[in-house]
Write a protein that binds this ligand. Structure first.
Ligand SMILES: Nc1ncnc2c1ncn2[C@@H]1O[C@H](COP(=O)(O)OP(=O)(O)OP(=O)(O)O)[C@@H](O)[C@H]1O
Ligand SMILES: [Mg+2]
Length: 263
């Protein structure tokens, strides 16, 4: 079942062709990794898929429906949610409250009702707390439930963001650099969380510079370079693609697989 269908998407910012004729498809329970050098257009594509940007041409369909013109909460109701390249955490709220914010957006489409404690929203809070606690358990952070987010380490906050995104009960989750800035231990923990999410049938679109994580986690890899699709395929196919090795994987690839030098 196709969840996300990107058809010949181009987007231009003035003279910058940030994406040119990019097409991809993500199916149920699949992990598609989007890789490429800085400025390749990865976040831009996320912004087009989540209807923040309107493409210059082409279109994006979620479960067959065009996403153009939908507000973020409408997309969330249709199953699409995302995390951002830069942390979007409320530092003065507890970890639990940060997840509850996600939950309340889903239930009310109204972040401000939650923030200002409107009565209708208060009634839902008991239920939201339980759900949020379950989600913290799911990502292994229940012991931090009542700690202010501002006291938690960066790696934990990256996991907390995933928990909050899951509060929207997505069928498609877009993760923009989920392990950027994380150490090896934190990366391994987030890797496990992503695997657990996928095992529930959620489809994942992953932007990540950590090639090791990408190659281990992804079913399909889509390589962008200056807005253009350079290669697509399984991790094995992509890592052997000479254009990819030259443009992106570079020396570290040669170090890992010296046998490839002949191809
Ligand atoms: N709103 C915008 N206005 C003008 N140019 C933009 C805008 N958004 C993105 N761009 C340009 O589009 C190109 C792609 O940027 P994008 O942020 O998508 O790259 P990226 O692949 O996510 O890079 P990184 O790995 O550094 O996060 C860049 O040249 C960027 O300057
Ligand atoms: Mg980016």
């Amino acid at each position: 079942m196709t969840r996300i269908q990107v058809d010949a998407v181009s987007i231009h910012f003035g003279g910058v062709k940030a994406l040119q004729d990019v097409s991809l498809e993500v199916r149920k329970g699949e992990v598609l990794a989007l890789i490429g050098p800085n400025g390749a257009g990865k976040t831009t594509l996320f912004n087009v898929i989540s209807a923040i940007y309107q493409p210059t041409s082409g279109r994006v369909r979620l479960e067959g429906q065009d996403v153009a013109g939908l507000a973020p909460f409408q997309l969330a109701h249709k199953g699409l949610t995302r995390t951002f390249q830069n942390l979007q955490i409320f530092f003065r709220m507890t970890a639990l409250e940060n997840v509850m914010v996600g939950r309340n957006i889903r239930e009310r489409g109204n972040l401000f009702g939650y923030l200002f404690g409107l009565p209708s929203v208060r009634r839902q809070n008991a239920d939201s707390r339980l759900c949020a606690l379950e989600l913290l358990k799911f990502v292994g952070l229940d012991r931090y439930a009542d700690r202010p987010a501002g006291e938690l380490s960066y790696g934990i906050l990256k996991r907390l963001e995933i928990a909050r995104a899951l509060a929207l009960e997505p069928t498609v989750l877009l993760l923009d650099e989920p392990v950027a800035g994380c150490n090896a231990t934190e990366t391994a923990e987030i890797d496990q969380v992503i695997r657990k999410v996928v095992s529930t049938g959620v489809s994942i679109l992953l932007v990540e510079h950590d090639i090791h994580l990408v190659m281990n986690l992804a079913d399909k890899v889509h390589v962008l370079d200056r807005g253009v699709t350079l290669a697509t395929g399984t991790p094995q196919e992509v890592r052997r693609n000479p254009a990819v090795i030259e443009a992106y994987l570079g020396e570290s690839q040669d170090e890992q697989e010296p046998a490839n030098a002949e191809s």
